[in-house]
Write a protein that binds this ligand. Structure first.
Ligand SMILES: Cc1ncc(COP(=O)(O)O)c(C=O)c1O
Length: 399
């Protein structure tokens, strides 16, 4: 036995993530000295709001530095429950567990249900981590291809969902608003998906971490269904809405006995989320004025990015209704230039210092003709970055 003989779980990980492209950009910046325009970023570029920082500092100064309960501190669970109850429908404190980031919340959710061989329906494209964790646990990701239309964006493709259901289907993963496409899915589609999960007795894992990043239309939350306790595991977090990615705070909402079991797993994996970070998060609920300001700033940036991308005639772009990503179609450019989307992104970094994330990071096939650009970037950089991207594409398309 050597330290190089890894487990099936460790070997299941491809190592492909959005971080790879950011690392390559840093390398290019060092060797070429060009200013990098980073459209690869998956977090708001603003500092965490002041009240939250003050609240955490106070907790630190008052010595709130010990372990907390595996469920998280009661006040924060209560605030989350009240917040969701006001927004959607009754949620009790006992139905909430605080986790170190939404990623850990998702991990716990999969760990609770996946046995080797179980199938999990994952939309293609999707946030890369869902399929990786399913594979880590010996489960099988079953991809449901979404359909793209330049005017209406991507749709969930519910007939494809139904056709992929088997006796082994344990879970369906929904992410709304959606990373990487920027979709806020049609509430009717969401309702139908909920209906399928309920009727077929399949767990619906709903990641609603971008729920405040909505520029168009209305979002349907799975917590609006009074029967959610029968089939829903709901995940959210503080990272995006309050610009707190490094604080590592997320949460799960589920039926009380599910949360009790999750807390038992949590106690053996990470004990609890960071104590003073939780105290900081209490002030997040007094910071919605700041959230609102951030969203109107992001709406302007979205409009700018859309208008600039529209000037590149070889790409098709849908004006994102949510999250902070644009996901233009670049298939025609790839075919003409004989590049894979990965090479397209790498060459764009190398030649123009512009970081995008190739769609194939969001498995499996659909993303291979798209790139993801984040508009959590200031307006000048958006203009400059898309200008450089246009020059690069013009160069590729010139015979
Ligand atoms: C859809 C989605 N879910 C979950 C996460 C992870 O969030 P956290 O930083 O709270 O772990 C991200 C982060 O990029 C995401 O895009």
């Amino acid at each position: 036995m050597s330290v190089d003989n890894f487990s099936i779980s460790a070997n299941s990980i491809t190592g492909e993530s959005t971080l790879v492209y950011q690392d390559f950009a840093r390398q290019v910046q060092k060797t070429k000295g060009i200013k990098i325009i980073n459209f690869g970023i998956g977090q708001p570029d603003l500092p965490t709001f002041g009240k939250i920082r003050e609240s955490a500092k106070k907790a630190l100064d008052e010595g709130f530095t010990s372990y907390t309960s595996a469920y998280g501190i009661d006040e924060l669970r209560q605030k989350i429950a009240e917040h969701l109850s006001n927004k959607y429908g009754k949620v009790k404190k006992e139905e909430v567990i605080i986790t170190p980031g939404a990623k850990t919340a998702l991990y716990l959710a999969f760990l609770m249900y996946i046995n080797p061989g179980d199938e999990v329906l994952i939309f293609d494209p999707s946030f890369y981590s869902y399929a990786e964790v399913v594979k880590m646990l010996g489960g099988v990701p079953v991809y449901v291809k979404m359909k793209f239309n330049e005017n209406t964006g991507f749709s969930l493709n519910l007939s494809e969902v139904e056709s992929k259901l088997t006796k082994k289907t344990k879970m369906i993963v929904l992410n709304n608003p959606h990373n990487p496409t920027g979709m806020v899915f049609d509430p009717i589609e969401i309702e139908k998906l909920m209906q399928i999960a309920k009727e077929r007795r399949i767990i619906l894992l709903s990641d609603e971490i971008y729920d405040y990043f909505i520029y168009e239309g209305k979002m349907k939350s799975v917590l609006e269904d009074p029967d959610w306790r029968d089939y829903v595991i709901y995940v959210n977090g503080f990272s995006k809405t309050f610009s707190m990615t490094g604080w590592r705070l997320g949460y799960v909402v589920a039926k009380e006995n599910v949360i009790r079991k999750m807390a038992a797993l949590a106690a053996n994996i990470y004990t609890c989320a960071t104590s003073f970070a939780q105290k900081g998060a209490l002030a997040a609920f007094d910071s919605f004025d700041k959230v609102k300001e951030m969203i109107s700033l992001f709406r302007k940036r979205r409009d700018t990015m859309y208008e600039e991308l529209k000037k590149i005639k070889w790409i098709q772009v849908y004006k994102s209704a949510g999250a902070f990503y644009m996901f233009p179609y670049v298939g025609e450019i790839l075919r003409k230039s004989n590049l894979s989307v990965k090479d397209f992104s790498l060459k764009l970094i190398e030649e123009k210092g512009v970081t995008t994330i190739p769609g194939e990071v969001f498995p499996l096939d659909v993303g291979k003709e798209f790139v993801r650009l984040s508009f959590a970037v200031n307006e000048n950089d958006i203009r400059e970055g898309i200008k450089r991207m246009k020059e690069f594409i013009d160069m590729l398309m010139t015979p």
